[in-house]
Write a protein that binds this ligand. Structure first.
Ligand SMILES: C[S@@+](CC[C@H](N)C(=O)[O-])C[C@H]1O[C@@H](n2cnc3c(N)ncnc32)[C@H](O)[C@@H]1O
Length: 205
C-alpha cells in the first residue's frame, strides 16, 4: 500500500514478542494502556466497536471477548492476517485511516478505539481523523478512546527525546497532551488526557 505499511508487514511476525517484553520507550506500559482503553470505553456485549490500526488484534481480542461486534482496520496485510488468526469472530478490513473510510459504509460505532497508532500522524492529521470519526462514524452517545505513545507536555516530550534518542523514530509524531488538547479544542472536540506510563497516555471523549 505504501512504504510504512511495508514496514509493518515486516514487523507483523515479531510484533507481539516486542510489545510483551517492553520495559522502556516506546512500549513501556503497553498492557496498562490496553487495559485502560477497555476500562474507559465501558464496553458491553453487542456494542459495535471500531479498532483503528488494529495490528495483530491485541485490543480487538479484548472487546470481542466481552461480546462486542468488532471491526478492525489496518493498512498492513500481514498484521491483519495475524489479527484474523487471533480473533476469528471479528471483521478485519484493509484500509488507510488517513484516507477515505468509505469502506465502512454508513455504519456507526458505539466505541471507536485505537492503541499505538496515532503517533503515525502529525497533529493536524490527528485532529482531522478525530473530527471525521466523531461526525461521521460515532453513534450519538458513542465514545472515542485512544491510547498511544504520549507525554503530558512538550517539555516532557523533549526530555524523553533526549533520553531515548536511540529509540526515537524521527518520522513519527509523539503526542504532547498540551498540544493535542489545544488542537482538539480548536476543532470543537472536548477530550480528556491521562498519563499511564513514562511514555504512554490516553485521550478520550
Ligand atoms: C504499533 S502498531 C499497533 C497495533 C495495535 N493497535 C496494538 O495496540 O498492538 C501500529 C499499527 O497501525 C497500523 N497503521 C499505521 N498507520 C496506519 C494507517 N495510516 N492506516 C491504517 N493502519 C495504520 C500499522 O499497520 C500497525 O498495525
Amino acid at each position: 500500500m505504501n512504504d510504512r505499511s511495508n514496514l509493518f508487514n515486516r514487523w507483523a511476525k515479531g510484533y507481539d514478542d516486542t510489545v510483551r517484553a517492553a520495559t522502556g520507550f516506546p512500549f513501556a506500559g503497553y498492557n496498562r494502556v490496553s487495559d485502560e482503553i477497555v476500562h474507559l470505553a465501558v464496553p458491553d456485549a453487542g456494542m459495535r466497536v471500531l479498532d483503528l490500526g488494529t495490528g495483530t488484534g491485541n485490543l480487538a481480542v479484548r472487546f470481542a471477548a466481552i461480546g462486542c461486534t468488532v471491526t478492525g482496520v489496518d493498512f498492513s496485510g500481514e498484521m491483519l492476517a495475524a489479527a484474523r488468526r487471533k480473533v476469528p469472530n471479528a471483521r478485519f478490513v484493509r484500509g488507510n485511516v488517513t484516507r477515505s473510510l468509505d469502506f465502512l459504509g454508513d455504519e456507526r460505532f458505539d466505541l471507536i478505539v485505537s492503541a499505538y497508532v496515532f503517533h503515525e500522524f502529525d497533529l493536524s492529521t490527528k485532529v482531522f481523523i478525530l473530527g471525521r470519526l466523531a461526525r461521521e462514524y460515532l453513534t450519538q452517545r458513542g465514545r472515542i478512546v485512544i491510547g498511544d505513545i504520549a507525554h503530558p507536555r512538550v517539555i516532557e516530550r523533549e526530555e524523553a527525546h533526549r533520553r531515548w534518542a536511540a529509540q526515537w523514530d524521527e518520522e513519527e509524531h509523539y503526542r504532547a497532551a498540551d498540544e493535542a488538547l489545544a488542537g482538539c479544542e480548536e476543532a470543537g472536540l472536548l477530550v480528556r488526557y491521562v498519563q499511564l506510563s513514562c511514555c504512554g497516555g490516553m485521550l478520550s471523549t
